[in-house]
Design a protein around this ligand. Structure first.
Ligand code: FER
Length: 525
């Protein structure tokens, strides 16, 4: 892989960052064990410090409490409300997260040990803040993104609070145009989405911005799917006439400062599913039998040329035995050598087989960039569509070739598909769409090519019936972890059996090797 870590770092770092300011009045109404409660929170934020009051009402009884231990950390907000109940002090803790537009906070509210609710607080927009911003016209902004500098011209048309229009984008010598979706102006907050087609998947690029007092600048945060984000100021082009805004609408929300990087928000399920691989699991050992690794070429009817793949044959490989096969896929900056060079699956497998922790198996390390030039060179992102084409190459060309050349089992129960990052997305996308071909599926640190969970698993009952193992994992410091998280949460809700494994680590081979070590022990059993 050329350098996925740099790629990812670039995507995550260049954020000068917007900080939320939650100062203001927020309301929340919810049902609790003791009846319907109406809350008004008055927050005052100073840096990361939060003070204020909670006034609440429950069947005509009113009470008020000062907030304690209040904190704002990026989008995370927490505080404690002390409640005196029959002479006892009870802590009500609130932990929450600001959502899009910064006008809603989703809180978990825990009353001592005995009650826990999910509640939503909504910002009371000051009357003045609902005033006539009019952003109709042409605006320009340049976003420094992981794919390079992207020059945007937005043409907005505002009608009441709704916004339609276009984004024209220039990037190096490429151009694209998109119709904007979900456009809104709420007070001085402008938001909309730009649909972007990546490999047949629509990823929404969402924009949230704040209009300046003069109405001639919008400070946008641009969020690409669940992955990268960047910021830029859009300015009206000279030709357009600045719209008038009510100056009182601006500043009501206070200043904005540093929100920080793409947030990694860990949930209660985001922990290791297994103890870490023991010391030495990835070190070549003397005194055990070793498998072999070779490069072979197959005819790809899909791409129309010969394509390379690496093949690991287990120790003592013999034509008298029929072996199960694991297809193991690389990331966006890699090729058929990536796993071999950086992950040494042959060492991990030799050790596991020697220790009888896994069955002898064949491991195929293909090239997942199914296009004529499948080298990882130039603009690595530009090859993303070829990673989708590999579905056909794998099913119609590679698997039949492997089964004709090597002594393999050919039923689904003896075929596994797993991969890292882009290859993790491929494994879920292809594997779950072809349960008749793969019974064991693993997505390690899945990339944004991963389909939405509803599309991956439209029929939970069928998935449960067919899958022998569905393994999804990520590192707790990986900016892509939310792709795994959203998949896990969907599977959990739909009661689809799976393993969700979160190791401590980033988007790197330390995590992937550990995943291979664990995954290899579970398959073909
Ligand atoms: C992206 C970010 C990362 C993306 C793919 C990746 C298709 C893949 C990373 C990897 O394979 O390591 O936006 O879009």
């Amino acid at each position: 892989m050329k350098n996925p870590i740099i790629l990812l770092t670039l995507a995550v770092l260049p954020l000068s960052a917007l900080a939320a300011d939650v100062t203001g009045t927020w309301k929340s109404e919810f049902d609790s064990q003791i009846g319907n409660q109406k809350y008004t929170f008055t927050f005052k934020q100073d840096g990361t410090n939060l003070t204020g009051k909670a006034s609440s009402e429950i069947s005509d009884q009113k009470r008020e409490a000062d907030l304690k231990e209040g904190k704002v950390d990026g989008e995370a907000i927490s505080f404690v409300e002390m409640l005196n109940f029959q002479g006892n002090d009870i802590r009500i803790t609130y932990t929450g997260k600001l959502t899009t537009g910064d006008n809603e906070i989703k809180f978990t509210r825990e009353v001592g040990e005995f009650a826990k609710e999910e509640i939503v607080a909504k910002r009371e927009l000051a009357a003045a803040a609902t005033v006539e911003a009019n952003i109709t016209g042409e605006w320009q902004a340049q976003f420094d993104t992981q794919r390079g500098l992207q020059k945007y011209t937005f043409t907005f048309k505002q009608d009441g609070t709704s916004v339609t229009g276009k984004a024209n984008v220039g990037m190096e010598d490429q151009k694209r145009e998109a119709e904007l979706k979900n456009g809104k102006v709420e007070g001085d907050v402008v938001s909309f989405a730009e649909p972007l087609n990546i490999q047949g998947n629509y990823i929404n690029i969402t924009y949230t911005g704040k209009l300046s007092a003069k109405g001639d600048e919008i400070n946008f945060k641009r969020q690409v799917g669940d992955f990268g984000s960047s910021e830029a100021t859009a300015k009206r082009t000279a030709a357009a006439k600045p719209a008038t805004t009510n100056p009182e609408s601006v500043g009501a929300r206070g200043p904005r400062g540093g929100r920080g990087n793409q947030p990694i928000v860990l949930g209660p399920d985001d922990k290791p599913a297994f103890p870490k691989a023991p010391e030495g699991f990835d070190k070549a050992r003397d005194g055990i039998a070793h498998g072999t690794i070779e490069t072979v070429e197959y005819d790809s009817t899909t791409v129309g040329n010969k394509r390379k793949t690496l093949v690991y044959l287990p120790p003592g490989y013999s034509a008298d035995t029929k072996y199960p096969v694991l297809y193991l896929l690389h990331g966006i900056g890699g090729d058929e050598e990536e796993w071999h060079k950086q992950g040494h699956p042959e060492i991990i497998l030799d050790n596991l087989i020697a220790d009888k922790k896994t069955l002898p198996m064949i491991v195929i390390l293909p090239n997942g960039r199914a296009q004529a030039n499948d080298r990882a060179e130039g603009n690595i992102m530009a090859a993303a569509p070829a990673f989708a084409v590999f579905e056909q190459d794998l099913l119609t060309d590679l698997i039949p070739f492997i089964q004709s050349k090597y002594s393999t089992q050919t039923n689904r129960e003896n075929r596994a598909l797993a991969g890292l990052s882009m290859g993790g997305g491929q494994s879920l996308n292809f594997g779950l769409a072809h349960l008749d071909t793969f019974a064991w599926i693993g997505g390690f640190s899945c990339a944004p090519n991963t389909k939405m969970p509803e599309e991956l698993v439209p029929d939970p009952a069928k998935a449960n019936e067919m899958l022998k193992l569905l393994w999804i994992s990520g590192g707790d410091k990986d900016g892509l972890i939310n792709i795994g998280q959203r998949t896990h949460l969907y599977l959990k809700e739909k009661k689809v059996k799976h393993i969700w494994n979160v190791d401590s680590g980033g988007h790197d081979f330390a995590v992937w090797k550990n995943n291979l070590y664990q995954f290899a022990q579970l398959i073909f059993r």
